[in-house]
Every structure is written in C-alpha cells, then in structure tokens.
Ligand binder design. Structure first.
Ligand SMILES: Cc1cc2nc3c(=O)[nH]c(=O)nc-3n(C[C@H](O)[C@H](O)[C@H](O)COP(=O)(O)O)c2cc1C
Length: 326
C-alpha cells in the first residue's frame, strides 16, 4: 500500500464517544470507532450498552463488539442495523480485563483460534460492512497465538487486523513489541493496523517504518493531545511539527466540554467526565501534579476552562520545550 498513512484512533472505553471521535477526526484521524460494546448487552436491551451506540446521523465510524458466540454477534449486528449505519464492525480479541476474559471474550479468544475464525466467518457472511479484528500478540509469552489468529481471521474474510504489540498478561506494561507486529504483518495479505506506544508524530513514523504497516493506530497518545494526528501528517509531509497555541487549545477544550454537555444532557455529568481529560490536557505542564487533586472538585464548565487557561499562561516555556519532542 502506498500513499499517505491511514491514521486510526484506538477504541477506548470511557473515552471514544462521539464528541472525542469528532475532535480527533478534525485533527486528521481517518478512522474512529466506538469503545467496545457488549453483544449480550445489546441482545438484552441494556440501556447503558445502547448508549454506547452513539453514532450521529451519517457519522463515519466503526462499532467495536465484544462477545463469544458467533450467533450473538449476528443478533447484535441486526439490532445495531435497525438503529444506525456503522462504517465497519470491529471484533475485540484483545481486552485483557479479568471480567471479560473470564467469560471467554476479548483476549481469551486468542486461546481459541478456531472460535475466533468462526466468529469472523459468520459475521462476514451476514453483514454488509467490512469486518475487522483487533488482537494482541497472544495470551502470554508462551502462547503467542496472535499470528495464527490473524491468519485465520484473514481467511475468514476480515478486511484488516489491528495488532496491539503486547500479550494479554502484559496489560499495558512494558513496551509494545513492534518487531512482532512486523512479523504478523509479513504473514498477511490484508493490511495490519500497527498499534502500541505511539506518543508522538515521530513514534508513528518509526512504527510504520519498523513494521512496514501503512495503517497506524494511536490510543493513549491522543489523550489530552488530539492534535497528534495533525502532527503525524505534518511530519509525514516532511514539515516541522508544532503544538497548538494557547488559543487553539482553549478552543479545543471548549468544544470538548460543550460537546459532552450536549451528549450527556447535564453540565454536572459532563464536567465529571471532563475532569480526567483536563488532567491529560495539562499533563507535563509546570504545576500540573499539584492541582491534580483539585480537579475532583471542579463542577462547572467555566471552572474547567479557567483552570486550563491559568495553566497555559504559566506554561509557555514548557510548551516550547515540548515542541522539539514531537
Ligand atoms: C482507558 C483505555 C480503554 C481502552 N478501551 C479499549 C476498548 O474499548 N477496545 C479495545 O479494543 N481496546 C481498548 N483499549 C486498548 C487501546 O485501544 C490500545 O490498543 C492500547 O491502548 C495500546 O495503544 P496505545 O499504546 O497507543 O495506547 C483501551 C485502552 C485504554 C488505556
């Protein structure tokens, strides 16, 4: 594949709602996705699960599903189809959380390559949008089944495979192994989306170079830093990257908080949700650590904006130093 890199925002529970997706798309993310949505929750009409299907009219975004039984994925898709049109369906085979893997879902499917294949085959047969899969390298260093699962999913008709370069037992510790992502990409004919530890534009280009993947996914690196996609594009075009000025950062924050107020229908709820984002927006700026504890007391959208504005005024120096690291 040639041409520009395709940039993916990683699906992230509690983060990638439609407000966040719109933000990163504005900064150049080509593909976005809901957080993982339970097929069982959809089948049983769970209200909270349904609230995760928050695609706006004509929004181009994928939906990520987690589950175990092939038939349940079909039922869930039929339920989704009655409500909205998703750009693609992604199947979660990487979630390491005990509650999920105990139910044989998420990363547990890496231990059952045949079942993983069957889920994809069944979905591909029944749905009219691309089906993709998100995996890790395997369960642990002794069980690196990621390559086998990826091949089987390819044969079952998956359109692409995202590989997070860690095993399940690593959770988020250690470094993502980009060599292992490269090894899986080499085995496949369909594209691999390389994922793990992209925290700067330089990281993104290095990951692409190391793995020969033209599709790159960014997760934690976009938290409080949605402009990372623009920086990647800038660097890819051979230009010097910069971080946004104070005014633009404030504008982004305002959009973020106002969007959340609309989405949640309550300023209080939106601000509570925004606290963690604010922590990420100010991360690394001088004095950020000391005010972290004050964030939990913020109740008003105005206070969120004031706190960030105060920080940004203090931190012109910090920002300029950060510039060179992108
Ligand atoms: C808070 C959080 C929530 C996540 N939620 C999901 C999820 O819903 N579905 C999924 O496939 N991966 C999820 N992930 C994993 C990310 O998509 C990504 O694979 C991982 O963070 C590695 O990429 P990064 O190093 O760029 O962050 C989550 C990660 C974090 C930190």
């Amino acid at each position: 594949m040639t041409g520009q890199l395709k940039l993916f925002m990683a699906p992230m529970a509690g983060i990638t709602n439609r407000v966040f997706r719109a933000l990163v798309r504005e900064f150049g993310a080509d593909y976005t996705c809901t957080e993982m949505v339970s097929v069982q929750g959809l089948i049983h009409g769970n209200r909270k699960t349904f609230s995760l299907l928050d695609l706006q009219n004509k929004e181009d975004a994928g939906i990520q599903l987690f589950g175990r039984t092939p038939g349940d994925f079909i039922k869930a898709f039929q339920i989704i189809e009655m409500k909205i049109k998703s750009q693609f369906i992604d199947i979660n085979m990487g979630c390491p959380v005990p509650k999920i893997v105990k139910g044989g879902m998420g990363a547990a499917l890496l231990r059952e390559p045949r079942l993983a294949e069957k889920i994809v085959k069944t979905l591909v047969r029944e749905v009219n949008v691309p089906v993709s899969v998100k995996i890790r390298l395997g369960w642990n260093p002794e069980e690196k089944t990621g390559g086998e699962v990826a091949l089987r999913c390819q044969d079952a008709g998956a359109s692409w495979i995202t590989v997070h370069g860690r095993t399940r037992d690593q959770f988020y510790s250690g470094n993502a192994d980009w060599n292992e992502i490269a090894a899986i990409q080499e085995k496949l004919e369909i594209p691999v989306v390389a994922n793990g530890d992209v925290f700067s534009a330089r990281d993104a280009l290095a990951l692409s170079q190391k793995t020969a993947c033209r599709m790159i996914m960014v997760g934690r690196g976009a938290l409080g830093n949605p402009w990372i996609f623009r920086q990647i594009r800038t660097l890819e075009n051979g230009e010097k990257t910069s971080i946004p000025g104070k005014e633009e950062i404030m504008e982004v924050l305002k959009k973020h908080i106002n969007g959340l107020i609309c989405l949640r229908g309550s300023e209080k709820r939106a601000v509570r949700e925004m606290r963690k984002h604010l922590g990420w927006y100010i991360k690394g700026l001088p004095g950020a650590r000391e005010v972290r504890k004050d964030l939990v007391r913020i109740e008003k959208a105005r206070d969120v904006q004031e706190l960030l504005a105060a920080f940004l005024s203090k931190s012109e120096k910090g920002k300029n130093e950060a510039e060179d690291q992108t």
